[in-house]
Design a protein around this ligand. Sequence first.
Ligand code: C5P
Length: 662
Amino acid sequence: MFSTAFLDLPALQGASGTVTLPGSKSISNRVLLLSALCQGTTVVHDLLDSDDTRVMLAALRQLGCGVEVEGTTVTITGLGGQLKHHDAIEFFMGNAGTAMRPLTAALAVLGGDFTLKGVPRMHERPIGDLVDALRLLGCAIDYLGNDGFPPLHIGQPLLKVDAPIQVRGDVSSQFLTALLMALPLAAKTQDIVIEVVGELISKPYIDITLNLLARYGIAVKRDDWQRFTIPAGCSYQSPGTIHVEADASSASYFIALGAIAKGDGIRIQGVGADSIQGDIRFMDAATQMGAKITSGPNWLEINRGAWPLKGITLDCNHIPDAAMTLAVMALYADSPTTLRNIASWRVKETDRIVAMATECRKLGATVEEGPDWITVHPLPKGNWKAASIHTYDDHRVAMCFSLAAFNATQVPVRIEDPKCVAKTFPDYFEALFSVSRANTQDIPVICIDGPTASGKGTLASRVAQALGYHYLDSGALYRVTAYAALHAGLTLEAADEAGIADLARTLPVRFEGEAVWLGTEDVSDAIRTEQAGMNASKVSVFPAVRTALVALQHSFQRLPGLLADGRDMGTVIFPHAPLKVFLTASAAQRAERRHKQLISKGISTTLDSLRADLEARDARDSSRSVAPLKAAQDAYQLDNSSLSIEASVDHVLAWWQAKQPF
Ligand code: C5P
């Protein structure tokens, strides 16, 4: 997951390949609650790991449910309709509507002394219609802040289920879902009837609820979309094992990707055209716009069809979440696209009509909006503007706008707060990058070169962290090469140059976080000694060795970008890098830093010998005939003798930012 302040997407050229999608948020949280309400144990496979499911799991643990998590498989030991803990429990619901609404209903029917609160945005999301319906039923619910909104307090109910319970259906279908999942708890001796007032929006989500209730032994009778009857005496039965389908709304981004990007097609694993999720109907809308889609059990394959895409006018009531993706596809169309019947966008994670309109306009588009509709005009080639997309703590805004990086004007797109995708798809950007292609020259590289112990490694890895970029410690490659050569019985003398170069060409080196692996051996410590540094410096003078390591170093230039640290990153390996920094510090300073480092590791050494070593290494690195240590002509010089690490990082980030079009 990218937890940086922003993520810059370079202009992307095309996409091909397979993505496996995480489990559906809607199905995951329903299955968790139903598993908690029934007796016995349910093994849930392919559960989504996200903010919303974590909120739900935490709440279930607080109630005394058995919860065992092993990767994406979670085993729930249910409560059997009896709460183990019900005294003065405070639940934190974050911004998870799929946890807040159904838990409110279930806890209100079960009764106890509960407080439910969330982040400030959660306290702006309406829940009044659900509370009204639950109060009709005799539930004891009080508002702790503003009437109609969380936070809430729940007490002991005096249930009366003889009259039909009315609930509004035109604000959020989650209210009805919440009631449908909770009321079987109360349908002991008589049927419970729920009547929907006003037109029911997002019917497909109710379908998911009914479908899953049936899997848990509750056969709800549905009369049109108006009346739902929960039969007396029903009880939740664990299905034993249940698989969560991949999220169909998450699929929408990759369906759109297949329709937009040049390539050999995108295959989506985990969900097929026969999904129980309404959002799968996004397929039809994408097809109307031009996508070519085929499907089989649990997979979809998408290719570019019509290009440019075709503008459409569509009632999106049945695909409210996935429809946001259409707004970005509309930028690539031949005529305007109007999405209608999307009033529910206004009460989601953010006001999504405002968000989509504002951010599309930043890209240069003309957008019109009304109370429950939006019209997005196409953006012709050449008219796209590089934009920093604000994401409003809304996962879908972030994911949608990543698709703008395929624009024909070839401008990059900045996504602010990329970690907001964690709500439903924590590894969204990794998945996007795994199938996307950019021109090599568009994948940014920042080079940080400089002498030994100048602090390059720390600086480069901090900047990499801040930007979400990959990190290449090229010195480690020379260190590993020398290590491998000695282990293979070679000397580090000129006579063995060819042998060392052969080893370097197929070096099985891997970086995993801070650790460096050579084949199956963790060599992290072995290559970090002073002696290993000296050895590296010896092998690094051999031209054949340097050439042998070029391809490996180039292979680190991957989306979304690279921080490369070494001696010749800016001069030889990445001569076209858009930012090069030459880091220096006085020999005295560097010797002192290294001294501190070694002492803290319990290695005894003297300042004088360290300084002598450093100077010897500098001399060898600077005087060698091939790729000597020197600043590239276009490098920024940074003397960090008297700078803190943070200050150095800020310098580099400021130089980088000054080169961005945002
Ligand atoms: O940066 P580090 O101290 O790990 O580098 C070890 C040695 O590897 C350096 O002293 C230098 O001789 C060599 N090296 C190089 N070119 C690079 C990186 C390191 O020659 N790009």
